[in-house]
Design a protein around this ligand. Structure first.
Ligand SMILES: Nc1ncnc2c1ncn2[C@@H]1O[C@H](COP(=O)(O)OP(=O)(O)OP(=O)(O)O)[C@@H](O)[C@H]1O
Length: 323
């Protein structure tokens, strides 16, 4: 079931000399109930901008974003409608997203009171949700600084979960954590999706973790969708050369290291993107047409989507030997 539907979404910021920066340049993406959809791509490609627009924290400059069939923006005058409380966001940095001067229990209780299930015993609900994220209920009387980064992110997740969301947008929820906490917090979020049936947009630049927890991966390049499909398909047979480059850039288990020639150069400035296919200056298989014409996103019969004039041959595995 579709929960959050983004159609042809654009996000622009005012740039230097009056030129708008099109951080998101026309993206279609649907978040389904009970599934983790990951959004990946290099820094600056527009992931956060799309995530913020998805929950109504910023207004798209074009396109539509609907949650359960209703527009996310504009908000009704005054209050955030109850429907939108069911759409929660988890941020990258649990140090700044929690108030250091308030007890953990009070902050999680805010989530309960903001949510769709506000009646009854709030303390009991706080205890339940803390236990659900793997923390003892007894920490409710303590303060955030007493905990590690991974535990704080669990507290922030508990606060979001307390509102009984039907969809969560998690923007780089593990990138501020140490390596051991990253895998366990990512697994917690994926388990919550499976247990509650909610949907999740999981924004990350870490493809190796995303591969383990996502049902579906959308790869973004310079404001546009490059490719979308299931993790194993993207690994075994990426259609877009950018996806192949990202997969190759992950350190290999056999110690061979990354394959640097796959992704030469840096992401261009979104204020002045390359003509045609935005990826063409870095693309190892670019042809003349790629410099002139932007490839449309094509969906194949299996539901995989890719935007490339010369999609890679599905018969040629990208990661032979990759674990
Ligand atoms: N408030 C802003 N004003 C102007 N430009 C912005 C603003 N926020 C983001 N940008 C620009 O928009 C582009 C996309 O940024 P965004 O943060 O959405 O990308 P990202 O993929 O999430 O990157 P990162 O992982 O580094 O946060 C970048 O070029 C960035 O400099």
């Amino acid at each position: 079931m579709s929960l959050l539907e983004m159609r042809n979404v654009e996000v622009s910021y005012p740039g230097a000399r009056g030129l708008p920066v099109r951080a998101v340049a026309g993206i279609d993406l649907t978040i389904q109930a009970g599934r983790v959809t990951a959004l990946v791509g290099e820094s600056g490609c527009g992931k956060s901008s799309l995530g913020k627009a998805a929950v109504g924290l910023l207004a798209p400059s074009a396109g539509s974003i609907r949650f359960e069939g209703e527009p996310v923006l504009p908000l009704d005058r005054g209050a955030r409608p109850a429907r939108l409380r069911a759409l929660q966001m988890v941020f990258q940095d649990p140090y700044s997203s929690l108030n250091p001067r308030r007890r953990i229990g009070e902050q999680v209780a805010d989530g309960v009171r903001a949510g769709t299930d506000r009646g009854g015993d709030v303390d009991r609900k706080v205890a339940e949700v803390l236990e659900r994220v793997g923390l003892p209920a007894g920490i409710a009387t303590r303060y955030p600084h007493e905990f590690s980064g991974g535990q704080r992110q669990r507290i922030a997740i508990a606060r979001a979960l307390a509102a009984k969301p039907r969809c969560i947008v998690a923007d780089e929820p593990i990138s501020a954590l140490d390596a051991s906490a990253q895998a366990s917090v990512a697994r917690l979020l994926a388990d919550l999706v499976k247990d509650t049936g909610m949907g999740m947009l999981f924004i990350s630049h870490d493809l190796s973790i995303v591969r383990r927890i996502a049902d579906d991966i959308a790869v973004m390049y310079l404001g546009k969708l490059a490719e979308q499909g299931e993790p194993d398909d993207l690994w075994r047979a990426p259609r877009h050369p950018y996806t192949r480059g990202l997969v190759h850039a992950i350190p290999r288990a056999d110690g061979a290291g990354r394959l640097p020639d796959d992704l030469p150069g840096d992401v261009a400035n979104p204020a002045s993107p390359p003509s045609g296919c935005r990826f063409h200056p870095r693309c190892p298989i670019a042809q003349d047409i790629c410099t002139r014409t932007d490839p449309p996103v094509v969906t194949d019969p299996q539901g995989r989507r890719a935007a490339c004039h010369f999609p890679l041959d599905a018969a040629a595995p990208a990661d032979a030997g990759q674990v």
